[in-house]
Design a protein around this ligand. Sequence first.
Ligand SMILES: [Zn+2]
Length: 181
Amino acid sequence: MKCPYCGFAQDRVVDSRESKEADAIRRRRECERCQKRFTTYERIDEIPYMVVKKDGRRERFERHKVLSGLLLACRKRPFTPDNLEAIVDEAETFLIDSPERERTTSEIGELIMNRLKAIDTVAYIRFASVYRDFTDVREFKEELERLLTAKDQTAKRRTTEPPREPSHREAPTRKPQRRQP
Ligand SMILES: [Zn+2]
């Protein structure tokens, strides 16, 4: 801690105690150069965690924003509220683990997309089309094709397995849904 009198950076703590309300720790320090004493307080960290947007602007991380994006992407898809909460928790933990107290929107988006991809392709595509920075249409098409190829391979493997109950969860993604108006 820099000495307020002479600016020297080294000091020693001569006394340390908790405040009466137990919301702060008060430390009495002594500068190792000028020997003057000064006091510092340690408090619970209330500085918000920030998200850095594409244009460099910073915004406070807000769970409800992440959750509403997820709700939109996962509408009518096989997700429980607990699934979504868990994904938001993971995104928040990832941010809190950052030593700089901030992450870019694309880093957080990437994490969320990976979780969605593992559960449901439709939700993943919806989310990706909004949040992912596909530099052009071609890149988005390539990602779609990768997904479709992966699905084909899964389907081929299945035909060699003994027959089993059809999976309702996957049915809508294999063929386009047509609904009568
Ligand atoms: Zn000093």
